[in-house]
Design a protein around this ligand. Structure first.
Ligand code: ACO
Length: 329
């Protein structure tokens, strides 16, 4: 395929809620310690929304920042893709709320539900839309308010999650820069290891479902950890082959920020040195689909990832879903 028909990232931005929940705050809520959380996960703080703040609000802030960064007007946006599992309402999509609040009158908008892998799924779809010349400017946003679906009496999950949004603007490649390869995988047989049952139609909300906490994230942490390490390691290896690059050519590895130990294991699998591994899980916790675009924006704006350099993204999440992308910035 003609290289110019691939897409490249021309701007990034974030929307992070101001309120910070520290490990010490959590010590007051559940039977946990700062030391346990830091040593098992690497997390120190996470940002969470205030009452009345919705996922689309964070996504709009991220999108505005990304469009400013790209020097584009909102009217130029053709497509808005929001990767989320914590949209504002059951339906319509978070993406339609984002379109309305942004005033992106020329865009069509839809959500992708691929949990923590959602941003990579979104990148792949956006890249395909641009490659097929169906659109020129696509906003891909990962946004979550996981604090709304977190059970703050369950110490095994409540220490992990945070809220936030990150956005990237994609346009046709200039020939040199752009997405080199993407890889998407799913295994729906493992749905029972990480899920939220209570807001779907199979088990509609009822007094019993609310009493049972069915509207919260449930997770078999050890199992998820095991699959995440294997799948992300394999995806990292495969994306290098698909993109036809060596590990030495990778300037920055940005994995889904779930847990320091998972990030470290993925980096070790492809033998990327630690100075080329981006980590901000300590500040934000696990923000699911938002974690990679938030990390990407921070890496770019702190000068860790410069124009022309190669970044590799790897993610894993509920479904299970996982995937990777390699791109030249
Ligand atoms: N504070 C103190 N003790 C705790 C806490 C806590 N917050 N949570 C669990 N424990 C206890 C357990 O009860 C257990 O005690 P026991 O031995 O007396 O039974 C002990 O700590 C060890 O628990 P484990 O679950 O075995 O701890 P583990 O080392 O596996 O770490 C963790 C748990 C951090 C959740 C890990 O399994 C993990 O990171 N899993 C991946 C989960 C994840 O990231 N999910 C997000 C979505 S998917 C993704 O993003 C990749």
């Amino acid at each position: 395929m003609d290289k110019s028909l691939h897409s490249m990232i021309v701007g990034t931005g974030v929307g992070i809620p101001n309120k910070i929940l520290t490990n010490h705050d959590l010590e007051q809520i559940v039977d946990t310690t700062d030391e346990w959380i830091r040593t098992r996960t690497g997390i120190e703080t996470r940002h969470i929304v205030e009452d009345g703040q919705a996922t689309s609000d964070l996504c709009v802030e991220a999108a505005k920042n990304a469009l400013d960064d790209a020097g584009l007007l909102v009217e130029q946006v053709d497509v808005i893709i929001v990767a989320t599992i914590s949209g504002d309402v059951g339906f319509p999509s978070a993406a339609c709320f984002v379109q309305k609040k942004l005033g992106a009158v020329n865009a069509y908008a839809f959500d992708i539900a691929a949990a923590c892998s959602g941003f990579i799924y979104g990148l792949d779809v956006a890249d395909s839309i641009i490659a097929m010349q169906k659109a020129k400017t696509v906003l891909v946003i990962g946004g979550e308010t996981l604090s709304r679906i977190t059970d703050y009496t369950d110490r095994a999950t409540c220490v992990l999650f945070g809220d936030g949004a990150g956005a990237a603007v994609l346009q046709p490649s200039d020939g040199n820069r752009g997405i080199l390869a993407t890889l998407l995988k799913s295994d729906g047989r493992l749905d029972h290891l990480l899920y939220m049952q209570g807001l779907g139609t199979k088990c509609p909300p009822s007094h019993q479902s609310v009493d049972a906490g069915a509207h919260f994230i449930r997770m078999a942490g050890k199992e998820v950890f095991k699959y995440a390490v294997t799948a992300m390691g394999e995806a990292a290896e495969q994306i290098l082959k698909l993109a036809n690059i060596t590990v030495e050519e990778v300037d920055l590895l940005i994995t889904h920020q779930a847990n320091y130990r998972i990030i470290d294991a993925t980096a070790r699998r492809i033998e990327v040195p630690s100075e080329k591994v981006f980590i901000n899980v300590n500040k934000y916790g696990n923000t699911s689909s938002a974690s990679i675009p938030i990390a990407l924006d921070e890496a770019r704006k702190s000068g860790l990832l410069k124009e022309g350099q190669i970044a590799v993204f790897v993610a894993f999440g509920a479904g299970f879903t996982w995937g990777a992308a390699a791109l030249r910035m």
